[in-house]
Ligand binder design. Structure first.
Ligand SMILES: [Zn+2]
Length: 502
């Protein structure tokens, strides 16, 4: 087989969907890391050189590489590397799996196994602290339940949990709620673990056809990206969005949104305005089903206004997480006070799941960008799903169709639930309600050229055009005529280099 992993000169023939005014083409010519030509196969063939490799993809779809506008790449990678108990049928099997990992780890390294569910185990009970002590006498070992809200720790692990954490039963090793939800802060991963996590997550993204991510990250994650980049190992493009708390330091250093280059760049600042629907903490206008709880706003209007104002002055784009209508309303108010009418810093709202018509219109007037997740439709919007269970007006969720009709800018992202553009695209075109659905062509734009705009990179990627970066994905069939059913990612090309082949 020919080795296409080095960038050189390559001519791809297939069904090319460009995301440009001229929507389709027969072939793409790649020279080095850029696209050198798009158009008719015979014409491009005349421009090839002796060393140009020609690859006939026989009617398969060629698209710009997917750009995932909302990921947690390093976190996902760390999670994927953990012993996973979801497929074990007994506690004994789970302990065995943990023991294998302990044997392969240096003494002292923290091991967190995840996703146990005692109802699937023969023994029908959680592990005991003593069982974990036996498996790992020299390593902190924690078993976290599948819900994420309960865990069991051994003696070594307990010794590392500070006295400030209250929900710790130090006799029996049982951890509850906040302790379980913050294990990564209590047991910070090592530098090697961060690097390996990012490697694993990048490989996963490439398998899914993703060539760029807009990552919601922490400084330790940015470090991992930089290190892989220095070692020539970073084969995905990343725009790094950091917590608001880092904004002041960034401003003092003179670093604005956009600092960096086409591989690794600084994105914006992330703020949470509310919580989630699953935990009933997203801020709604009317109560969740069966109670008076309306969720909660995490900041006062005044405080949020001030945060946006300060970030604006520092030249930072904002990514504000707002799920419930009340939170979305509050964020729009803060944006309205602070920003110019044309939204030059391209401020965004993340999720925007339960926007009312008023908020959709207001966001449209202000030119606010919406980073939304079609996966949530697939995960929770079916009849009998979580939205129906928790929300009185549950059908009005994730209204991509309505929002598109009003002409707002929307980029799709996975939120790593799961990281898979194809899953998101299928969820979106097959959504249960008309006001959620968009056409396949529109959905594809929202996973390519639109997110490129969100990170100020529409001039260099997101569509198949001469001079743009040769970031491409090849899907296993002609999706315009045969749809997305059964389709798979066949090839992923980033900067002219083959980074994944099925
Ligand atoms: Zn997220």
């Amino acid at each position: 087989m020919t080795d296409y992993s080095q960038s050189g000169s390559l001519l791809l023939r297939g069904k090319v969907l460009t995301m440009e005014a001229k929507e389709e083409a027969e072939a793409v010519l790649i020279e080095g890391e850029k696209i050198a030509g798009v158009g008719r196969y015979e014409e491009l063939k005349r421009r090839t050189k002796e060393e140009t490799k020609i690859w006939d993809l026989r009617g398969r779809t060629i698209l710009p590489g997917f750009i995932d506008s909302h990921t947690h790449l390093v976190g996902m990678g760390l999670e994927e590397m953990r012993p996973d108990f979801s497929r074990t049928h007994s506690l004994a099997d789970a302990l065995e799996l943990a023991y294998e990992r302990v044997k392969a780890s240096p003494p002292g390294e923290v091991i967190i196994g995840v996703n146990w569910d005692e109802s699937r185990w023969k023994e029908k009970r959680p592990p005991t602290k003593e069982e974990l002590d036996k498996v790992a006498p020299q390593n902190p070992l924690i078993f976290r339940r599948i819900c994420g809200h309960q865990a069991v720790a051994n003696q070594q692990a307990l010794a590392l949990i500070g006295k400030g954490w209250k929900r710790v039963d130090r006799e029996r090793g049982i951890l509850l709620e906040d302790v379980c939800l913050n294990l990564d802060d209590i047991f910070p991963p090592s530098r090697d673990q961060f690097l390996n996590g990012l490697r694993a997550a990048t490989a996963r993204a490439q398998r899914e056809g993703v060539t760029s991510v807009q990552d919601i990250a922490k400084p330790s994650h940015l470090w991992a990206y930089q290190r892989l980049r220095q070692d020539g190992e970073l084969k995905i493009r990343a725009s790094i969005n950091l917590p608001f708390a880092q904004g002041e330091l960034l401003s003092r250093l003179g670093l604005e949104t956009g600092f960096g280059d086409q591989t690794l760049r600084l994105g914006g600042l992330k703020i949470f305005a509310d919580g989630s629907i699953g935990a009933k903490t997203a801020a709604l206008f009317s109560p969740y089903r069966g109670g008076r709880n309306k969720g909660l706003l995490l900041h006062s209007q005044r405080r949020l206004n001030e945060m946006v104002h300060r970030g604006e002055e520092g030249g930072h784009q904002f990514l504000i997480h707002a799920i419930g209508g009340r939170a979305i309303h509050q964020v729009l108010k803060a944006y309205k006070r602070a920003i110019a009418a044309s939204n030059p810093l391209r401020h965004r709202i993340e999720h925007f799941e339960l926007a009312r018509e008023e908020e959709i219109e207001e966001a449209g007037r202000m030119g606010i960008l919406l980073a939304m997740q079609p996966n949530f439709i697939g995960n929770w919007s079916q009849p009998g799903g979580m939205y129906e269970d928790h929300l009185p007006q549950w059908r009005n969720n994730n209204r991509f169709g309505l929002i598109k009709e009003r002409g707002l800018k929307v980029a799709l992202g996975s939120d790593c639930m799961p990281l898979s553009p194809l899953y998101g695209l299928r969820s979106l075109v097959n959504a249960p309600f008309a006001q959620q659905r968009v056409s396949l062509k529109d959905a594809l734009r929202m996973y390519t050229i639109e997110p490129a705009y969100f990170s100020f990179e529409e001039g260099i990627k997101g569509s198949i055009r001469e001079e743009k970066l040769a970031d491409l994905v090849v899907l296993s069939q002609d999706i315009l005529s045969r749809g997305l059913e059964g389709v798979e990612v066949e090839l992923t090309i980033c900067g002219g280099k083959l980074v994944y082949q099925r």
